[in-house]
Design a protein around this ligand. Structure first.
Ligand SMILES: Cc1cc2nc3c(=O)[nH]c(=O)nc-3n(C[C@H](O)[C@H](O)[C@H](O)COP(=O)(O)OP(=O)(O)OC[C@H]3O[C@@H](n4cnc5c(N)ncnc54)[C@H](O)[C@@H]3O)c2cc1C
Length: 427
């Protein structure tokens, strides 16, 4: 490592956001270095993708790698109600997207996927150092970033940089240092998940879809994601209070909620767990700022919206794409100021705001979602959102229609859906 490389962009973290940014910058001829604290391959939650991710893979010449590695193809998604059996599903080919020449995206083993994308960045010119943790982002007397402090094998050293990008995921290294992290006022979800063999898929519409099972508890749901044709990732999600209140071991808690949904119980009746249960909490938040003098934050390091619609990796990839455009502009103009980098933040915020609103309305009235995807009028627009079409949109009429419908349910005495309204406010 050349310590004099102050024309370099330092990227903190080699997850999907950091690696995709490395690819974009290397393709644009901008020197960049990723410091990754773990040693890949490492486990990670977030295994099912939305369609829009394919567009980024294509731009980065990474699509042939996804195909070569044989990741499970994801052709659609399906939702199962809480009490009775049955499912409502959508297939991605109902809404072909511009610039995407296939009707499927992917489910991935994140150990494998993240390593491949990091290696891809390296092959394009990104310098990658693993097992090196960034402990501090360094600022000069004008409050511009000047580099990072990294730790390796107990030793610390300072590395200069022209720009610093925080892609450290939920570690949110820079957000914590600047004290700009705000937890979400509504969502405080908690997930327990593991991989299983022998999940029974004989009764579902497609074994290659993601299956979401509604659970009979406030904001509760379960995921079923095929990692390979033999192994399936299963996760139970509910409010953290539900988990805490249950006072159960993760395994007992998991089993209790598997039994609470008939379709899920059927799928899991002969399933055998193949790895340890993992738990995830405190994962909905945003930073007050995503861009400042000489820095940007991307992916989960900037913003995390609840994962019900599998949006995280797509947001990570698009934040890499959009931030790279501003970074290229900053190098071209020599202007690394907050003002010059802010358009990135505006773009990312408007896209994630659409995801957030969609998720909020979804949780407010779960049957409304199923009702809308079954309706001729709204189905395609819902599908468009589910595919990750949230950027560069000035209006999303289907969200207005959802809000209006909820108002009708709230104000009509005895409405059939009234008992299923969640207590959160959407005003
Ligand atoms: C319960 C749950 C379910 C989810 N399901 C889905 C899903 O189905 N689909 C989906 O798309 N998304 C899902 N997500 C979200 C998804 O996991 C993330 O949005 C995605 O991984 C974000 O990528 P990233 O690159 O920003 O961060 P990460 O993937 O977390 O990568 C950050 C990297 O930074 C490294 N790092 C951290 N600190 C430092 C440091 N100090 N120095 C150097 N390196 C550091 C880490 O080791 C890590 O490799 C889910 C999330 C949760 C919590």
């Amino acid at each position: 490592m050349n310590k004099n490389e102050s024309d370099n962009v330092v990227i903190i973290g080699g997850g999907p956001a950091g690696s995709a940014l490395g690819c974009y910058l290397s393709k644009a001829g901008i020197k960049n270095t990723i410091f990754e604290s773990a040693n890949h391959p490492r486990d990670h939650v977030g295994e099912s993708m939305v369609m829009s991710s394919v567009r980024v893979f294509d731009e980065l010449d990474f699509l042939p790698v996804m195909e070569r590695e044989g990741f499970v193809r994801k052709y659609g998604a399906s939702w199962h109600p809480p009490i009775e059996k049955g499912e409502a599903d959508i297939a991605f080919n109902e809404f072909p997207q511009a610039d995407i020449h296939q009707d499927y995206t992917y489910h991935v083993d994140r150990k494998k996927f993240d390593l491949l994308l990091l290696k891809h960045a390296e092959s394009l010119g990104t310098k990658v150092y693993q097992g090196m943790q960034v402990t501090e982002i360094l600022f000069d007397e004008n409050k511009y970033t000047r580099g990072v402090r990294v730790k390796i094998a107990g030793q610390e050293m300072d590395v200069p940089a022209k720009m610093v990008v925080d892609a450290s995921g939920r570690a949110t290294v820079l957000g914590k240092q600047l004290k700009v992290k705000k937890n979400d006022p509504i969502f405080d979800q908690f997930a327990v998940h593991a991989w299983f063999e022998n999940v029974d898929k004989s009764q579902v519409e497609s074994s290659e879809y993601i299956h979401i099972y509604f659970l009979p508890v406030q904001r509760g749901w379960a995921w079923q994601i095929p990692i390979t044709h033999e192994i399936t990732s299963m996760g139970i999600v509910a409010e953290k209070e539900v988990f805490k209140g249950a006072k159960m071991k993760p395994e007992e808690y998991f089993e209790k909620y598997v039994a609470s949904n008939p379709d899920l119980a059927h799928a899991m009746r002969n399933a055998k767990r193949v790895n340890e249960f993992k738990m995830e909490g405190d994962y909905s938040y945003q930073m007050d700022t995503f861009a400042g003098n000489g820095f940007v934050m991307i992916g989960d390091a900037a913003r995390f919206v609840d994962p019900i619609f599998s949006s995280g990796v797509s947001v990570a990839l698009f934040s890499a794409k959009y931030s790279s455009e501003r970074i290229v502009h900053a190098f071209a103009t020599g202007d690394f100021s907050e003002a010059n980098l802010k358009p990135y933040e505006k773009k990312l915020r408007s896209g994630t705001a659409i995801w957030y609103e969609f998720i909020r309305l979804y949780y407010k009235l779960l049957p409304l979602f199923t009702h809308f995807i079954k309706s001729k009028e709204h189905r395609v627009e819902i599908l468009r959102l589910l595919q990750g079409e949230v950027f560069d949109r000035s209006e999303v009429p289907v969200l207005d229609a959802m809000r209006k419908f909820i108002k009708v349910v709230e104000t009509t005495p005895g409405h059939a859906f009234a008992g299923q309204l969640s207590d959160m406010s959407i005003d």
